[in-house]
Design a protein around this ligand. Structure first.
Ligand code: NAD
Ligand code: TYD
Length: 353
């Protein structure tokens, strides 16, 4: 089996659901269930004996040791993190704790577990660390996209904490020989994304009739990748990647924020027209994010050359699927966005805590 951290969050849950749909191998899903982790996202796996959900904090070394000893996974896929840049600006402490200390704790637990494995299993074991392109900082308009050789230059508390975790992973490979893989992916979008990130925030606010807040001049550029493509890249890297290597994952879709918002409005105008006017009428310009990175762009040629991966979705096809998914799942949005969900989790888990 494999052990996934953060599998009740956006990308982790998409990964777990996709994995169990395509592979006959069980998953231990370890998640703390912060505001960003939701069991409702995993409802389709209810009753599936191949999915073992454990509510736990990756900073808890004892529990990580127990889980690894009990389930003996052949790989750890580490998605768990605090992931929202704006929240990291308001409160960086959780980012340092989970992204740095949590990754450190997990690496130590993994190293201990790995050292007890027989030689054959030792060499095939993998620790796959899911990181971000944001560790490379900000590009100007004419700069070449980030490659695996780009220098680290993180600018936000979020990206600095992810960069720190990357360095730890690198060192645990270099010093202890732990067979690690590190991925740097661009901005994801798709089903089950918490409505604090740009794409779901704009869709849900548009439908609610609220203003659509675009930071600064709206010309910051992100390279957008459909979450299903990110998950397929991770599966490919897990099976074909070389220990100690890093891989950039990108969608070849550089788009400005205002273009993203206008495209979402066009899709909603078509699929759920307003009585009068366009959703674009709700666009509102708001002050810029402090330290806002101007442009991210990913050169994903190493992944294509060495692993044979390319994204299946275009930005147009992925965004259309995403808008349709949010239109079809208002209940999920209501559940994760309301305080009721949090209260339910606290009550439900109080007995087992
Ligand atoms: P998310 O915020 O939606 O989910 C994170 C999950 O981790 C949640 O389920 C949360 O409960 C869990 N978690 C947080 N702290 C934990 C802890 N201490 N112990 C156990 N679980 C904990 O994040 P996401 O968007 O799914 O991102 C997943 C990973 O991918 C992150 O490492 C992120 O840095 C990386 N990434 C994200 C993007 C993106 O666009 N979303 C792009 C590139 C890389
Ligand atoms: P976000 O989804 O938070 O991802 P990241 O900051 O990790 O790239 O934001 C994507 C882009 O959208 C980023 O340039 C900030 C911008 N943005 C807005 O303009 N308005 C918003 O309300 C949010 C959340 C983001």
């Amino acid at each position: 089996m494999i052990l996934v951290t953060g599998g009740a969050g956006f990308i982790g849950a998409n990964f777990v659901i996709g994995w169990l749909d395509g592979v006959d191998e069980a998953v231990v899903n370890v998640d703390k269930l912060t505001y960003a982790g939701n069991l409702g996202t995993l409802r389709s796996l209810h009753g599936d004996l191949s999915h073992i959900f454990v509510r736990a904090d990756i900073c808890d070394r004892e529990t990580m040791d127990v889980l690894l000893a009990e389930y003996q996974p052949r790989a750890i896929l580490h998605f768990a993190a605090e992931s929202h840049v704006d929240r990291s600006i308001h409160g960086p402490a959780d980012f340092v704790q989970t992204n740095m200390m949590g990754t450190f704790t997990l690496l130590e637990a993994a190293r201990h577990y790995w050292s007890t494995l027989p030689d054959g299993e030792k060499s095939t074991f993998r620790f796959l660390h899911v990181s971000t392109d944001e560790v490379f900082g900000s590009l100007d308009a004419g700069d070449t996209p980030f490659s695996e050789r780009s220098l680290y230059a993180p600018n936000s508390p979020y990206s600095a904490s992810k960069a720190s975790s990357d360095h730890l992973v690198r060192a645990w490979h270099h010093t202890y020989g732990l067979p690690t893989l590190t991925t740097h992916c661009s901005n994801n979008y798709g089903p089950f994304q918490f409505p604090e990130k740009l794409v779901p925030l704009m869709i849900t606010r548009a439908l609610a009739g609220d203003p659509l807040p675009v930071y600064g001049d709206g010309k910051n550029v992100r390279d957008w990748l459909y979450v299903g493509d990110h998950c397929s890249a991770i599966r490919a890297i897990l099976s074909k990647g070389h220990p100690g290597e890093t891989y950039n994952i990108g969608g070849w879709n550089e788009v400005t924020n205002i273009e993203v918002v206008r495209t979402l409005c066009d899709l909603l105008d078509e699929l759920r027209p307003k009585r009068t006017g366009s959703y674009k009428d709700q666009i509102a310009w708001v002050p810029d994010r402090p330290g806002h990175d101007r442009r991210y762009a990913i050169d994903a040629r190493k992944l294509e050359r060495e692993i044979g991966w390319r994204p299946a979705e275009t930005f147009a096809s992925g965004l259309a699927k995403t808008v349709q998914w949010y239109l079809d799942h208002p209940h999920w949005v209501g559940e994760v966005a309301s305080g009721d969900y949090r209260k339910w989790v606290e009550t439900h888990y109080a007995k087992s805590a």
